[in-house]
Every structure is written in C-alpha cells, then in structure tokens.
Ligand binder design. Structure first.
Ligand code: ASP
Ligand code: MG
Length: 412
C-alpha cells in the first residue's frame, strides 16, 4: 500500500468526460489498496477566461481581488472531481486551500507555501476517503485568499506530498513525460525515463513548460519522488524526476535541449570601464522587478567597455528605458537592443564528467551557419542566444549533435 498525491492539470479536467476519466483512474488506485490525495487545477482555459474578465474591468486590477477571482476556477474542478469519484463509488471530499489549510506568505498572485496542516487530510485518508484539494491557492496570515503564480498547482501537489510524506507525487498532464526537447520542434524527440531535479529545474525554467519550476525546486529540496505522466494514456511509466546517480559517467552527456522564445537583449556601448558600472546598470532594472538573465561584459579597451544582458521580451521596453537613463547619467555611448532573439540550452549533469560538450554544440550551429550572439555556461548547461528565425533549425541541429533521438546515449 502506497500513498500517492496525484495532480491533474487543466486539460486533464477540461471536460465532464475528462473528469470522469480522472475519477476512474483514481478509483483503480484505490481499488488496489493505495491511498490517494488528489490535487486539481482549474478546467483548461478557465483561468485565462478569468484573467480576461479582470482585464475588461481594469488594466491593472488589485492583486488581492485577482487572487479571489482566479482561485474560483479550482473551486469548480474540486467539486466536480469529488462528485465524479463518489459516482464511481469512491468516498471523496473536496477542499479549498483555507479548509485544509494551506498557509502561504508573500505577495498576492505569487505567494509561497509556508506550512500545510495535515490533520483533516489524514483523517480522510484513515477513513478511506479521497481528499480532493484545490491547487494553486492558499490562505495568508490575515485569512486572505492567495495564489501561487500561474501553473502553481504543481507546487501545491509537491508541497502536499512533502507534508504527508507521500511515496510519490504524480503529475498527470497531456504529455506522457518529459522529452529531450519539444516534440513539436523535433518530431523524433524522445521521452526520458528519468531526469535529475537539477536538470529538470533547468529545463523548466528555460522554457520547457511541463512543470512549475518552484514545484521542482521544492521536490528536490525535500527529496520527493516526482513523476510526470499522461492522463490520456493508460499505463505509460512517464518520467521520474530523481536525484543524481552517483556514477555520472553512466549519464548521457546531455539529457535535453530547452529553449525560451521570448527573450530580448540590451547592449550599452562605451560604458566607462570602472568599478561599479555593472551594478549601476543592472541595479535599477532588478529593482523594478525585472529578471536579468545572461550578462556579458567585454574586455575593456581605452577605458571603455561594452555590456550586454538579456531580459524577458515583455520587460524589454521597461528595461530599455531604465538603462537608457542610467547610461545617459554615466556618460556611456549608445544603448541598442534586439527583442527578436531566443535562448537555447543543452542541459545535462553528465557534462560534469565530459569535456568538449560546448564545442560539439558550437560546431553544430556553425555547420548550419547560425551566428551565436551570446554564450553562457554553468556546471550542467550551456546556453546560446541566437536570432529567433533560427530557433527550430538550431534546436534540431543541437538535438542531433548530442544524438538525443531514438535511444541515443552517446558519449563524447
Ligand atoms: N489554474 C492555474 C493556472 O492556470 C493554476 C494551474 O493550472 O496550475 O495557472
Ligand atoms: Mg500546468
């Protein structure tokens, strides 16, 4: 007998038929003696519909009220899912976050889970009932409804698995696992049997949208076995997200190719090459809540240096304005930018024990005549920025260079 937290995303509860299918799946687990806690997202499209309604009232609605509004989507799906379970002969009860309670801290629309009370859930489990918990929402210290940021139901599920010391947290979605890259870009991309937390975190934050990045962080920190599976297929193994194997020599060099389409870069030319310049340039940008990603500064010449960094495309105009004003103040040269760039990254813990990984990636791009605009590396990833028009070609070329299709586990 095992305890599973099973999370079903928006498409998995997107219609009455899908909700029935979820209930049938959960019923099969319960029938074999397993204990299950269910977490659901809002029905697909619902959260977006609610966002549009809010936008129609005001272009910048109160965040507290946004949370009250957006949390309503999950209230519908927990109730319907519990009804469908009961209809299957499985005792079930739905819960909003404040009934559990899932305590959060921090700002509205991007709260963090602080603590989860488990008594009520445990009582249900002991009594043979399946609790169906609303994902994505919480309650703050003042009793306000909060939400965890878009896609946050994954994090609810992982946090519940940690609090309940579940055997596995299963994230059911519309794909049957984590792939070596987006199969829409590379049709012969391969499902991975396993991937490490570290790799998954890179893949998630680099734009492979399978899991909410914070859920992966959380699972890694608390050692929760996390599995991504399809709710549309019956018995695939999915992808297990796990700790690094001790013998990294046996890991593939690169596990996957992630990419982010919505990037932009800003270059300050002829900035004075003196201490404090980088912090003066980036300071106001991060103070405005804009995430700065890659940063490159050239070797100075004649007391001047060039400085380039990337931001999300949606923050481009704001970041540009801030940097222009700092550049003016410090007497730097021209500020230029490009919001038609993408970032592509090869990710793999196997890089730690293999040399020549970067060259293999650069050679693949060179062979396709693709110009690399920026490069950054960490222990387990190499990222390049290229013109957005090369995205598909570049991803395919790199995917092939690391022989990720089929059963490729090629070593350098
Ligand atoms: N319903 C929320 C959203 O669409 C949370 C989630 O799906 O995880 O972002
Ligand atoms: Mg999701």
């Amino acid at each position: 007998m095992a305890l599973y937290v099973q999370k079903f995303g928006g498409t998995s509860v997107g219609s009455v038929e899908r909700i029935r299918a979820v209930a049938e799946r959960v019923a099969r687990f319960v029938a074999t003696g397993d204990q299950v806690v269910v977490v659901v997202s809002a029905m697909s499209g619902e959260t977006n519909r609610l966002v549009d309604l809010a936008q129609a009232i005001h272009s910048d609605p109160e965040e507290r009220e946004m949370d009250v509004l957006l949390a309503s989507g999950e209230q519908v799906s927990i109730a319907l899912t519990a009804m469908a379970l009961i209809d299957q002969g499985v005792a079930a009860r739905s819960y909003l976050a404040d009934q559990v309670a899932i305590h959060t801290q921090g700002q509205h629309t991007r709260s963090r889970i602080k603590k989860i009370d488990t008594e009520r859930l445990r009582a249900d489990i002991e009594a043979g009932r399946v609790p169906v918990v609303a994902g994505f929402q919480g309650v703050d210290g003042d009793g306000n409804v909060t939400t965890l940021g878009r896609g946050g139901s994954d994090t609810t599920a992982v946090a519940l698995a940690a609090a309940l010391e579940a055997d596995e947290c299963q994230i059911y979605t519309d794909v049957d696992g984590v792939y070596t890259t987006d199969p829409r870009v590379v049709p012969d991309a391969r499902r991975l049997d396993r991937i490490t937390f570290e790799e998954m975190l890179e893949m998630a934050s680099l734009g492979a949208k399978v899991l909410h990045p914070r859920s992966v962080e959380f699972a890694g920190k608390y050692g929760i076995a996390l599995r991504v599976l399809s709710s549309f297929e019956d018995d695939g193994p999915g992808t297990l997200i796990t700790v690094e194997e001790s013998n990294t020599m046996e890991q593939p060099v690169v596990s996957g190719i992630a990419f982010a389409r919505d990037e932009a870069k800003i270059t300050v030319q002829g900035a004075p090459d003196v201490p404090g310049v980088a912090s003066k340039m980036i300071g106001p940008v991060s103070a405005a809540g804009i995430d700065v990603d890659m940063i490159v500064q050239n070797v100075g010449a004649a007391g001047q240096t060039d400085f380039t960094f990337t931001v999300k495309r949606g923050d481009y105009a704001d970041a540009m304005r801030l940097v222009r004003s700092v550049a003016d103040e410090m007497g730097a040269g021209e500020v230029t930018g490009d919001n038609r760039i993408v970032k592509i990254s090869a990710v793999g813990v196997g890089m730690r024990s293999h040399a020549g990984v970067a060259m293999r990636m650069f050679d693949a791009l060179a062979a396709e005549n693709i110009n690399i605009q920026m490069i950054s590396t960490s222990e387990i990833k190499i990222s390049v920025v290229v013109d957005e028009k090369y995205l598909e070609l570049a991803v395919r070329a790199i995917h092939e260079a690391f022989e990720l299709s089929g059963n490729g586990k090629e070593e350098v």
